[in-house]
Every structure is written in C-alpha cells, then in structure tokens.
Ligand binder design. Structure first.
Ligand code: SF4
Length: 401
C-alpha cells in the first residue's frame, strides 16, 4: 500500500509527478478575474474596485502563474479538448474589449483550444456588441449573466448598477450572437416580498435562458450586509420564507421544462453546466488567479485570496501562488463525495466511496430514507427528496463519514 501523502512534502513539481503516475488529465480550467466596478455590500469574493487598478500588472501576473505552472509540469496535464473553461470573478466582463481579446488569445495560445464549453461571467450592463463579438471570436460560447433581480429596488439594495431594461438588452444581444445563456437570481433580499420574487422568476422564465441558478442571500462575515444585520439596519427573511420561495421557484422552473441538476441549478435538457458538474463529480481542475482553487488528482490547492499577496508570490517570490496545499486521504474523498453528490440530481453512488466507508454511510442513509429526506434510486444510489433538498447541507453532514 502507498504511504499517505504528506502535505509538507508537496510542491508543484511533486504534484506534476503524481499526476503523471495517475495518468490524470486536467479537463477543466478556471480563471479568477478579480475586479468589479464597485463592491456589492453582500459580497465576500476576492475582488477589488477596478477603477485605477493596474490591469497590465494583473495580466502579467496571470501569465507568470501559467509560466510557473508550465515549468513545474502541472500545466502539461491540461487538455482543453472536450474540456471546459470558466472565467469568473469579480466581474470578467468589466474588462475593456481589448483586454478581453488579449486574455482570450493568451489562454488559447498557452492552453490550446477545443473547449466544449467556455463560460464568462457577465454583468448585464457590459453586454455591448463590441464585447460580445470579442468574446465570441475568442472562443467563449456561454455567458453567465449576473441578473440577480428584475426589480429596481432589489437591485439597488444589492448594490447592483444595472437596470431591468439592460437585462433584456443583454439577453437579446447575447442570443443574437449565439451564446448559451445562464441567468443568476438571488432571493431572500431584505425587503423583498413574495410577489416581487415571483415576478423575478416569471420575468426570467419569459427570457427563456438555457440555464437558471437561484441562490438565497447569505450573510458572510465581514460584509456590510452582515454589519447592517447586526445593527438592525436590515432584517433577514426567515427560514420559512426562504423555503417557501425556493419551493415555489423550483416548481415554476420545473413546470417550464427546466430540470434541477443541483440544489441551486436548473437547466433545459442537455444544457446543464459541464464545468460545474466537473466540480461535483470530483474531476481534476486547475484554477488560476487570486483565491482560485485546484483539484489535481489527490491534491487540493488554494491560491492566495488577496490580489496583493497572490501577485507578490508570483512577481516578487517567483513561486506558484499556492497558499495551501492539501493531500486528500480516503476519508476526505469520501466526505467530499457525500457532501457534493447529495446536492445533485445524480445523487450519491455508494459504490464510488472508498470501500471502508460504504457500510457506515449506507446505515446513516437508511435513517434519512425512513425520515422521508432521501430515497434509493437503485441498489446503491441515494438521492434527496424535495424535502431533503431544502436541507441538503444539513442532511449531507448527517450521512458523511
Ligand atoms: S459584481 Fe459580483 S463579484 Fe463583484 S462585488 Fe458584486 S457580487 Fe461581488
């Protein structure tokens, strides 16, 4: 038996050697582009106000990251053919068209082309024809639009700068160019009422996107929203409101032909995000940019969260900007499979767990089935019921070894 990997003994060269031993190809690439026009008061992502930022410096650091990953050998395992590319942030669409053109040309040169799905996160106010053409030419074929709401008041409260009309224009423009379209919506925003949320869902359904993601607002530590919640300036909507809002939206989407393939994600048949599914399936992926994570065979890495530290690691210390590197053992793998698998409509296949944990997980799964929170699709696949989905994370923790 192989001795367990020790995190302290790991570095990019060693990770490349591990990947070679496993004959593992990396089919999924994530790039984190950390700039926004302004910072929304609920956001805890790694992002900075773009105005005045050193964009050239940022692009240079990203290129250096790829260079160092190339020198260690890790990048040679990236295989775009039939893989996926995802440009997230931040607001990737905030970049000027010439910067986007440069970035996409660089990615295609360094990593190759052939992505079956190449997504860019876009804010509706950026969907002008020039940008859309540049993205299409650079190989992007899917846009994830940060719509969040079609209600002016809710958008204002969320700190978003776009208007409902800009959403309609963005969808029409993106569709005319031929992009697959995904729309993000947020619910349980302070002051939102049931009627407003229903209008948002109906309004988005009328736009007929390929994919819709719905997220309830979360109060992350350190954000203005969390401070305002503490001081009583805003009031959170309670769990019952949220459960009812989610249930209603899920039912509306289902009745319009959208399949739920993960707790927050719904798609027309055949239009589920391949990139997101790779995360939930436990496939290897490479992340670059501040705060980006990677799963490289049995190793998980996390880049420095802050733009400054990430950039300093690359440009001053001349090293791959991994802040943490963790060797996953069987227990980590089993936990992750349970926590991610149960959020998906594919469910959790017990056969995919390391064998020593199957019995324990099966016993705990039996309790959920008796409580009506989950059911067996076949002899070994556990799927959550509609009731279980509402409590997905809590339920998964009960089953995890
Ligand atoms: S646009 Fe998105 S990434 Fe930027 S601050 Fe707002 S929520 Fe965060």
């Amino acid at each position: 038996m192989e001795p367990p990997l020790k995190a302290g003994a790991l570095n990019p060269d060693r990770v490349a050697a591990l990947l070679a031993g496993l004959d593992d190809r990396i089919k999924h690439l994530y790039l984190h582009l950390p700039f926004c026009e302004r910072i929304c008061p609920y956001c805890d992502f790694s992002t900075a106000v773009g105005a005045g930022a050193d964009i050239q410096g940022f692009v240079g650091s990203l290129e250096k990251e790829a260079d160092l990953l190339g020198r260690s050998g890790v990048l040679s395992f990236l295989e775009p053919q039939d893989g996926t590319l995802y440009l997230g942030g931040g607001t990737p669409s905030w970049f000027e068209p010439d910067v986007l053109a440069h970035l996409l040309l660089w990615i295609n040169t360094v990593c190759g082309r052939g992505w079956i799905e190449a997504t860019l996160e876009m804010n509706p106010e950026h969907a002008d024809q020039e940008r859309l053409r540049v993205l299409q030419k650079g190989g992007i074929n899917r846009l994830s639009l940060g719509v969040q709401s079609l209600d002016r008041g809710v958008l204002r409260r969320l700190g978003r700068v776009h208007t409902p009309d800009e959403v309609l224009d963005a969808v029409a423009g993106a569709r005319a160019v031929g992009f697959a379209i995904s729309i993000d919506l947020i619910f349980a925003v302070p002051g939102q009422d049931r009627q407003g949320w229903c209008s948002d869902v109906e309004g988005v359904l009328a736009l007929e996107p390929d994919h819709i993601s719905i997220y309830s607002l979360t109060y992350e530590p350190g954000t203005p929203f969390t401070r305002w919640l503490g001081s009583g300036r805003i009031e959170a909507l309670d769990d019952d409101w949220q459960a009812e809002a989610y249930r209603w939206a899920a039912e509306s989407l289902r009745s319009e032909g959208y399949e739920r393939y993960e707790v927050s994600n719904f798609a027309r048949p055949g239009r589920a995000s391949i990139h997101n599914q790779a995360y939930w399936d436990g496939s290897s992926y490479l992340g670059m940019g501040p705060s980006a994570h990677s799963l490289l065979g049995p190793v998980r890495t996390a880049n420095h969260f802050s733009l400054r530290q990430w950039s300093a690691a690359l440009m001053e210390e001349n090293r791959v900007p991994w802040e943490s590197i963790e060797a996953l053992d069987d227990l980590d793998v089993a936990r992750e499979r349970v926590l991610l698998g149960l959020r998906t409509s594919k469910g959790l296949d017990l056969e995919s767990l390391p064998s020593q944990y199957r019995q324990k997980v099966a016993e705990r799964a039996g309790e959920l089935v008796r409580e009506g929170l989950a059911g067996w699709r076949d002899d070994s696949t556990l799927v959550l019921t509609d009731r279980g989905i509402l409590l997905a994370d809590l339920v998964a923790v009960r089953v995890a070894p």
